[in-house]
Design a protein around this ligand. Structure first.
Ligand SMILES: Nc1ncnc2c1ncn2[C@@H]1O[C@H](COP(=O)(O)OP(=O)(O)OP(=O)(O)O)[C@@H](O)[C@H]1O
Length: 265
């Protein structure tokens, strides 16, 4: 049996609850409620839903930025918590995360050379000559020139910075990439270029994407399957073409109807 890239079972996250130091009841938010889903190797699964539906919390649990309240999470068939306890190297080589705001995700005090070199050194253990070759290959893969290396993040546009952030993620040589609204901070024309790049990289390097977005046009352009989140629950999951042509859940129907740019077959 093939092992899924990601296997999520009954995963939940509740924020708040309990009592404050002064004994006042704290407001409880059930951000993710018993979500179960699999992402196959080489697949792009998009998670869509309106603001507050729990998409980012789900993504953040996958990469260890939030601890689940309940449920299990396997990455490449291994328990995510156990993988993290093996250390940042074991975890970082399995799964990587692309943030929404590319410029903010790159350390402003470091050159792009420093930014790309860190994972090549710490996660891959490459020596200097190999790192130099890899950095050129990575910039080439994201279609950025070599002189990028000597420059700082603020010198780039949002689209260029997102390409650099993607190069940094590729440097880890992880097969699974969680992308949290990776194009929503970019202009529409730049969005299309970055989506094309992501599709090309996925095919070239055999990557698996879990792609978070609130934008159905973006999701239609990139995903194989779509999971729809509504108030912390996955209410529908289907191949992208089928979901857009024939949405089943009432919430999905509203979502698709309110996105005029979706091609309906
Ligand atoms: N650290 C936190 N503490 C308390 N509540 C939180 C925290 N993070 C998220 N939430 C709440 O959990 C719910 C889900 O938020 P989440 O950011 O996962 O949704 P989302 O679908 O990604 O929305 P958006 O696209 O606006 O980020 C929201 O009600 C949010 O206010």
């Amino acid at each position: 049996m093939t092992v899924s890239a990601i296997q999520i079972r009954d995963l939940s996250k509740t924020f708040g609850g309990g009592r404050s130091l002064l004994g006042k009841a704290r407001h409880e938010v059930r951000a993710v409620k018993s979500v179960s889903l699999d992402v196959a190797r080489g697949e792009t699964l998009a998670v869509v839903g309106e603001s507050g539906s729990g998409k980012s919390t789900l993504a953040r649990m996958l990469v260890g930025l939030e601890a689940p309240t309940a449920g299990s999470l396997l990455i490449g068939g291994k328990d995510a918590g156990a993988l993290r306890r093996e250390g940042p190297r074991a975890f970082g080589k399995m799964i990587q995360y692309v943030f929404q705001d590319p410029v903010a995700s790159l350390n402003p005090r470091k050159t792009i050379r420093d930014i790309l070199e860190t994972p090549l050194k710490l996660l891959c253990g490459y020596e200097a000559a190999r790192r130099a070759v890899r950095m050129k290959e990575l910039l080439d893969a994201v279609q950025m020139p070599e002189d990028t290396l000597a420059r700082y993040p603020h010198e780039f546009s949002g689209g260029q910075a997102q390409r650099i952030a993607i190069a940094r993620v590729l440097a880890a040589e992880a097969e699974i990439i969680v992308l949290d609204e990776p194009v929503s901070a970019l202009d529409v024309s730049v969005q299309a270029q970055v989506l094309l790049l992501l599709r090309d990289l996925k095919t070239r390097f055999g990557l698996t994407y879990l792609f978070i977005s609130h934008d159905l046009a973006v999701v239609e352009a990139i995903s194989d399957r779509v999971a729809v989140m509504y108030f912390g629950e996955v209410v529908e999951m289907a191949p992208a073409a089928r979901l857009f042509a024939n949405p089943g859940h009432a919430y999905t129907q509203r979502l698709v109807a309110s996105a005029p740019c979706i091609r309906r077959e």
